[in-house]
Write a protein that binds this ligand. Structure first.
Ligand code: ADP
Ligand code: MG
Length: 373
């Protein structure tokens, strides 16, 4: 795009810097801002979008363009044809939209290098029902609320619950061979649940599981991320092994409840994390207490499980999260409690947890096999 007038050039630069809300990169980088034509009462813009581009992203994009233009915007959208979609998909799959797949057509897993700038937080537990998925989704939205770019990988392939908890039902946007992670509450999400019915059982083992997870990382475009939060399946098995090999920088966080029995199973999760050589960074105690309307505090599930587990793992206890109806309601309604009731005790607790995780900083792990000779 060329223009004679410096103020128009400046306007083009501002509009090119607008981040596409569904594709996570500036329009200038994506090449989707097709023309900018100043009018007497504003500016006319043409932007090219994939056909299945989500409606909410469309509205947000229009808002961002209007804010960047500072004048009335007459927005005309054109549809990318199939070749244009495939080309955009390939560019996105390169990781930063500038690299194409290598000569063999193989794509790289953007989180596969230890040098990756994305912190991977693997949330684990020894058994189901302790609130691992609730902690994962609420931590993810709380991190996003601090301005971090957050992705959520639901690696609980058999027992996925993340799409429902985030109110997400649409499949990922397909651009040629690339799938774009959909966004819910500012978190980019991929889950088995986006591809199959909730009632259909997934009966995959070993290699197929590994392949599915690899596709979630390689064939899915996540955009640049500061954090990738991973909902691991409960306990031990193929998935944590696969995650550890595909996400070599993953840090492990163990969710437990206050009673001693839960602590024993969570301890197994800690042992597993060490076995697959993920550094355990902290313990998160869930359902720690219930605050009655009269302000009294009830420790329904006992006391001390999180603290003892943290001690035995030699890591900090990062949070004691309250038991609140809002957590279950938020999960059922698709709006996590950390967002639905921003002034509530739950939101406060998750906001503190997010800050604690950020403050820990990336893990510094030295693995023998990765030493430079
Ligand atoms: N802090 C909490 N307060 C109230 N209900 C909770 C809390 N954490 C989890 N729950 C509820 O407990 C049930 C199990 O939680 P979930 O996150 O699905 O556990 P997991 O992923 O460990 O199986 C869900 O119904 C969820 O809404
Ligand atoms: Mg779960």
């Amino acid at each position: 795009m060329t223009s004679a007038r410096p103020e128009t050039e400046e306007l083009v630069a501002r509009l090119s810097a607008v981040e596409d809300p569904a594709l996570f990169l500036p329009l200038g980088t994506l090449g989707t801002l097709r023309s900018v034509a100043p009018r007497s009462e504003g500016v006319a813009l043409r932007v090219a979008l994939p056909p299945a581009y989500p409606d909410d992203a469309r509205a947000l994009l229009a808002e961002r363009l209007a804010a960047a233009a500072g004048v009335a915007v007459f927005l005309e959208l054109e549809e990318l044809d199939e070749a244009g979609q495939a080309a955009l998909g390939e560019r996105l799959a390169g990781g930063d939209a500038t690299e194409a797949p290598d000569a063999n057509g193989t794509r790289a897993n953007p989180f596969g290098q230890k040098s990756s700038a994305t912190r991977v937080l693997a949330i684990s537990s020894g058994k189901g029902g302790v609130g691992k998925s609730s902690v994962t989704v609420n931590l993810a939205v709380a991190l996003a609320a601090t301005g971090q770019r957050v992705g959520l990988l639901d690696a609980d392939i058999y027992g996925f619950s993340v799409p429902r908890m985030l109110g997400l039902s649409s499949p990922p946007l397909a651009l040629g061979h690339t799938l774009v992670a959909p966004v819910a509450h500012n978190v980019r999400v991929v889950s088995m649940g986006l591809f199959i019915d909730e009632d259909r059982a997934v009966a995959w083992r070993g290699p197929m599981l590994h392949k599915a997870l690899e596709q979630f990382l390689v064939d899915v475009y996540w955009g640049p991320l500061d954090y990738l939060v991973v909902d691991l399946p409960p306990g031990t098995g193929d998935v944590p092994m696969s995650i550890a090999s595909q996400l070599p920088g993953a840090e492990c966080y163990v969710v437990t409840t206050p009673q001693p029995a839960a602590q024993r199973v969570a301890q197994r999760a800690g042992a597993l994390a060490r076995e697959v050589r993920m550094p355990v960074r902290g313990v998160i105690e869930n359902m720690s207490y219930f605050l009655a309307p009269d302000g009294t505090r009830h420790e329904i599930f006992g006391h001390g499980g999180g603290e003892r587990l943290a001690q035995s793992l030699g890591v900090p206890l990062l949070a004691r999260l309250p038991l609140e109806t809002a957590v279950r309601e938020g999960a059922d309604e698709g709006v996590p409690a950390a967002l639905a009731a921003p002034d509530g005790a739950v939101a406060g607790a998750f906001s503190e947890l997010a800050k604690a995780v950020i403050a820990l900083g990336p893990a510094r792990v030295y693995r023998r096999e990765l030493k430079v000779k």
